[in-house]
Design a protein around this ligand. Structure first.
Ligand code: PRP
Length: 216
């Protein structure tokens, strides 16, 4: 029996579309309240997790495979096999600041307070630049930080830029380009290779077909 961890929320819909295109047995229910969902194939079931937790479920072997954003994969520093990038969930993790902030280089910042859901990646980014940032770790609505003077800067995901604009913020610097990734537990990949390899191959073919112009 293989278990596949799927992210709830933003990536969920496209994840299902790509599972279908690849011909994987689909979850029988899309009700996000049901957290373990069988498929029509008794050999494969799904679990629905918060996106940030998908790498943990897979790394620990609670799920054999999963679909995760590269952003959370790197934030969790999960040691998993990453056989395939998936063509959706494109966004970037960026530093942003209030639009009315004087336009000065980041390197001149002195101990900025930075609100983020990504403390590991944020810390690494500022350390590399020799800036000692004070991290303010939030779990959502990070854009509020500068608005209520909780933070000077934020580090958060940007897709269209609408959320930044709506809150008077501007993007200063991308930290990481992200997209969805198919991930596999390393032990599962060895132990269940006969079942897992064909699934990866089917997904790879679906992506190739799409790139040839069938889908987009
Ligand atoms: C993400 C991110 C931004 C927004 C960016 O939040 O945290 O708030 O999307 O997208 P945009 O550039 O297209 O406006 P998400 O919708 O995933 O919700 P969350 O913050 O509750 O996780």
């Amino acid at each position: 029996m293989l278990t596949v961890a799927l992210p709830k929320g933003r990536l969920a819909e496209e994840a299902l579309i790509w599972l279908e295109r690849a011909g994987w047995p689909l979850p029988v229910s899309a009700d996000e309240r049901r957290l373990i969902v069988p498929s029509r194939d008794p050999g494969l079931s799904y679990l629905l997790a918060k996106p940030i937790d998908v790498p943990v479920f897979v790394e620990q072997g609670a799920a054999d495979m999963g679909i995760a954003g590269l952003d959370v994969l790197r934030e969790r520093a999960a040691d998993v096999f990453e056989p395939l990038r998936l063509p959706f969930g494109y966004c970037r993790l960026s530093v942003a600041a209030p639009a009315d902030r004087p336009q000065r280089p980041l390197r001149l910042e002195i101990s900025p307070r930075v609100a983020t859901r990504y403390p590991r990646l944020t810390d690494a980014f500022f350390r590399r630049r020799g800036i000692s940032a004070e991290l303010i770790v939030l779990s959502g609505s990070v854009e509020l930080g500068p608005l209520v003077n909780l933070a000077d800067l934020i580090v958060d995901l940007v897709e269209t830029g609408e959320t930044l604009r709506a809150n008077g913020l501007v993007e200063l610097r991308p930290i990481l380009a992200s997209q969805a990734v198919l991930i596999v537990n390393r032990a599962s990949y060895r132990l269940h290779n006969e079942a897992i390899s064909p699934l990866i191959a089917a997904m790879r073919r679906a992506i190739a077909r799409a790139q040839e112009g069938d889908v987009f």
